[in-house]
Ligand binder design. Sequence first.
Ligand code: NDP
Length: 400
Amino acid sequence: MKKCMIIGCGGVASVAIHKCCQNSEVFEGIMIASRTKSKCDALKEKLQPNTKTIIETAQVDADNVDELIALIESYKPDVVLNLALPYQDLTIMDACLATKTHYVDTANYEPLDTAKFEYKWQWAYRERFEKAGITALLGSGFDPGVTGVFSAYALKHEFDEINYIDILDCNGGDHGYPFATNFNPEINIREVSAKGSYIENGKWVETEPMEIKRVYNFKGVGEKDMYLLHHEELESLALNIKGIKRIRFFMTFGQSYLTHLKCLENVGMTSIEPIMYEGREIVPLQFLKAVLPDPASLGPRTVGKTNIGCIFQGKKDGKDKTYYLYNICDHQECYKEVGSQAISYTTGVPAMIGAMMIMTGQWNKAGVYNIEEFDPDPFMDALNKWGLPWEEDRNPVLVD
Ligand code: NDP
């Protein structure tokens, strides 16, 4: 029986689990293992009556390698899909190594005390995964994830070399709150309050947070302000896509979100430095997470669409060429299908597909790889089949 162990049972995991249950031919068995077992049990109760996938649940502290090893040894999954937080990436990779089990995640490791997204910690496992004969697939969400698959696809079918990539992540959704984050608030705020950066001619160029702003008219959404952010896939794509001269990442933010964020920053609420409060050490950002709306609760209230994709500029047969690949996803449609908004949906679907690529052997090479290092074609087909159809534009408006 083909089995997948899913670690974490939050917003993204819930979508991936729904999708695994729709795809019982591949996912004959899944184990949902997370810190709070009651969440895993509730999801099992909801999904088991309507799926052939046999669902098991377990409690696990994914910071504890021995606990993970014991659980993996008892369930014997073909692959572990890590949908906990980036802080758990290395302990889960250690447990996969010890049990010779394939590994998939959606976000790169980040130490708790430094908000810095880098692949160096996970790339350091390359030789050990190769020797163990197992695969680690890094970054199988939307961005990173589908953006890497889009890049590999564009290079394979449309270009001889790609010189410029602009990744545009637009969330045109409205949840009606003055301030809330669409996924884990701690991870989200760490990401957007960090300095921006992009890669030009092989070097990182750093900007102040939100320093570079552009306006773009997104199909399905309309005109939005977007800001240049640091994003983890820039690092791997700059190495893996032939001919890259510049690669940037932009994300849209509404004015209300930015004004609230600025205020929270100014009063110190987004800090990750622990402080003493009434005799107890607390991290302001973690406290803020506790008072903000739970991203999972945004599903029923969010209306509108997301549009995420990549604009490529490069050369084909000696001629300049531009090409835009993107997906439009509707918050309410996602909610109807799996009970989550589009941000969790656009991450959870590719997470399921990444695990499927490994379980079916369509992607099969030992070592630690970013997603663009695999053949994009079966993944692109699966996106169309499993709820994230892509569109192309051969004459897109460029970002200056
Ligand atoms: P949530 O906070 O909703 O869920 C995280 C889950 O992990 C929770 O169920 C939590 O348990 C569990 N967890 C946390 N720590 C541990 C631990 N030590 N042991 C076991 N379980 C643990 O986050 P999201 O679902 O929004 O995000 C999940 C991942 O997806 C993150 O890594 C995020 O960075 C990534 N992501 C990637 C995107 C992409 O496009 N590539 C986009 C969006 C997110 P509990 O229920 O007890 O809190």
